[in-house]
Design a protein around this ligand. Sequence first.
Ligand SMILES: Nc1nc2c(ncn2[C@@H]2O[C@H](COP(=O)(O)OP(=O)(O)O)[C@@H](O)[C@H]2O)c(=O)[nH]1
Ligand SMILES: [Mg+2]
Length: 252
Amino acid sequence: MPRTIVLMPTYDERDALPVTADRLLHAAPDVTLLVIDDGSPDGTGEVAEAMAAIDDRVRVLHRSSKQGLGAAYLAGMRLALDEGFDRIVEMDADGSHPADALPAMLEAADRADLVIGSRWVPGGGIVDWPLHRQLISRAGTLYAQIALGIDVADMTAGYRVYTADLLRRILADEVTSQGYCFQIDMTRRAADLDAVIVEVPITFRERELGRSKMSTGIIGEALMRTTAWGIGRRWGQLRSAAAQLRRTPTLR
Ligand SMILES: Nc1nc2c(ncn2[C@@H]2O[C@H](COP(=O)(O)OP(=O)(O)O)[C@@H](O)[C@H]2O)c(=O)[nH]1
Ligand SMILES: [Mg+2]
């Protein structure tokens, strides 16, 4: 059986984390849960330690300060690969990602390199999310889809399963995205490596506990980087098409 680790980044999630972890470990009892806490002022790190003390499946990675979601995930991913896990899952700590969808996502990973828990495929959706968040997410993923020319409906999704093999290949290059564009960046890199990407429908729920860390700075970073990546991708496609034309012998 593949060894699976769930990476769960936390920043000020003292109340939400235990509930989310409980649901996860019930839905998927064989996984290891790694909480990656950026020195949360509210004591989430200590809450995670208390969970780890009574459950062998729970581990904690403490980082000194808030360095963004991307950096937290990258630290967790390196640890997961170093320790030989076969499946690496990304999941938010706020309960937005349905734990009961994980078995189906893990099963899908038998036939894919990257499985995305997707809100924007038939059968997927969102519940209780304010309209402005829905619009940001919808517009963001649509813009990324068009700018990058990648056929993934939920490019910014944070509920994912990576196979170790794909993750190792992606991380062979340096990834520097900090905020939510980390997800777009990883999708783009997977597509560039011709990974098989499968979307499994999920219902995403607005958090009931704690508050969102989304900010306009994070949205700005995503917009700027996605635009630059889109231009880079199109330019690369143009150049290889031109090279192809030059190689084609002309008929006389
Ligand atoms: N370690 C760490 N976790 C973070 C950071 N920013 C956000 N998170 C976590 O990432 C997950 C998603 O963040 P959230 O605020 O719910 O974003 P939203 O769902 O887009 O509103 C949650 O588990 C957060 O606690 C960060 O800088 N460091
Ligand atoms: Mg959230």
